[in-house]
Design a binder for this molecule. Structure first.
Ligand code: GTP
Ligand code: ZN
Length: 341
């Protein structure tokens, strides 16, 4: 069975990137990334390719141009999700590529958390994905509508749906975001129902408990990340094990989520107003007038601080890496020189 490139999500944006000297190469979409190979989808089926860049440069959902053996070139992606990787060494880690819609999954219970939703919304805005808030387990909540209203109030551009992930008909309300070659990525804390949604959307029966391995902290999380077809002709990227999502280089996304504060701040008397006790502060005025919650200002500041700190530590690490490479090259050159070669 063959399927069209557009059914795989190919569009003009990618076609335009193909250079005349690449006419011999064929496009393929990355379904899985392994250290030494990529599993890719082509109109004729699945292929294994040898990467030509470090594995960390690829993300599930990427488009590559290949010759049947090597992924010769990775095309520039749209809807690029990335985060600051956890650990001692700071770097920006790609999570998923060419994502049309980011499904932000939260359940209607203790997991529901406004700052976390705002964090995911900032990520979606910065990546250029359409945000879709999916509130699971409404059947277990006393008043799911209050969660829905709180989520909806975060932005007029956002769609929020309360969906019982165990109910096939209810899950069908997500079909408009995963048909016609469109890609939906699901992001959310462990246990909120991502696997349950995935099984309904794809007709697969990925185990909700068994495909797990211990991570460093001894907690259980699903580990594989892949691009899988939905029953309705779209694509789903499950991003398991994303307990903690640290933002980096998303200041544009944060500004979008807090655009009301950004435009208020632009009317403060001082350009560098810290919105504390400065005279003529439009933000403090709005708080006093009751049109702005002080908490929202705090959440904005907190995300901005986090983003700035993470972006800076990633930049420092990049600079260190660069310096190290330079030093190694310098040493090798000196050695060559000494040995008279
Ligand atoms: N009642 C009810 N239970 C749900 C709903 N969604 C998920 N569950 C249950 O919640 C548990 C966790 O669901 P999973 O789908 O495994 O959660 P997950 O987000 O994939 O978790 P990780 O794999 O750890 O990331 C399972 O027992 C599901 O049956 C829902 O909408 N209603
Ligand atoms: Zn101010």
């Amino acid at each position: 069975m063959t399927i069209s490139l557009s059914a795989l999500g190919w569009s003009e944006t990618f076609a335009e990137q193909v250079q005349p000297d690449e006419a011999e190469l064929a496009p393929a979409r990355v379904a899985e990334v392994h250290r030494d190979r990529l599993s890719v989808l082509t109109p004729d089926g699945t292929l294994r390719l040898i990467p030509t860049e470090p594995a960390g440069d690829y993300a599930v959902g990427d488009w590559v141009l290949h010759d049947g053996v090597h992924a010769q070139r990775r095309l520039e992606a749209q809807g690029n999700l990335s985060r600051k990787a956890a650990g001692h060494v700071a770097y920006s880690q790609r999570i998923a590529a060419n994502v049309d819609t980011l499904g932000i999954v939260s359940s209607c219970n203790a997991d529901f958390n406004i700052p976390r939703l705002e964090r995911y919304l900032a990520l979606a805005a910065s990546a250029g994905c359409l945000p879709l808030v999916i509130l699971t387990k409404p059947d277990l909540a006393e008043d799911p509508q209050t969660y829905l209203q709180q989520a909806q109030a975060l932005s007029p551009d956002l769609t929020a749906l309360a969906i019982n992930a165990k109910d096939t008909e209810d899950v069908a309300r997500l079909h408009p975001w995963c048909n016609g070659g469109q890609t939906l990525a699901l992001l959310g804390s462990s246990g909120v129902g991502k696997t349950t949604l995935r099984n309904k959307l794809t007709g697969e029966s990925a185990a909700t408990q068994s495909v797990r391995s211990d991570d460093a902290k001894g907690r259980h999380t699903t580990t594989s990340r892949s691009l899988v077809p939905t029953l309705t002709g779209g694509w789903l990227i499950d991003t398991p094990g994303m307990r903690e999502l640290q933002l980096a280089d998303t200041s544009d996304g944060i500004d979008e989520v807090f655009d009301d504060l950004v435009s208020l701040a632009s009317t403060c008397k001082f350009r560098d107003c810290a919105h504390e006790s400065e005279p003529g502060c439009a933000i403090q005025k709005a708080i006093k007038g009751g049109s702005l919650e002080p908490d929202r200002l705090e959440r904005w500041r907190k995300l901005q601080r986090e983003d700035a700190q993470n972006s800076a530590s990633i930049a420092r690490q990049r600079a260190r890496d660069k310096q190290f490479t330079k030093m190694v090259k310098g040493t090798m050159k000196a050695k060559k020189h000494r040995s008279g070669r």
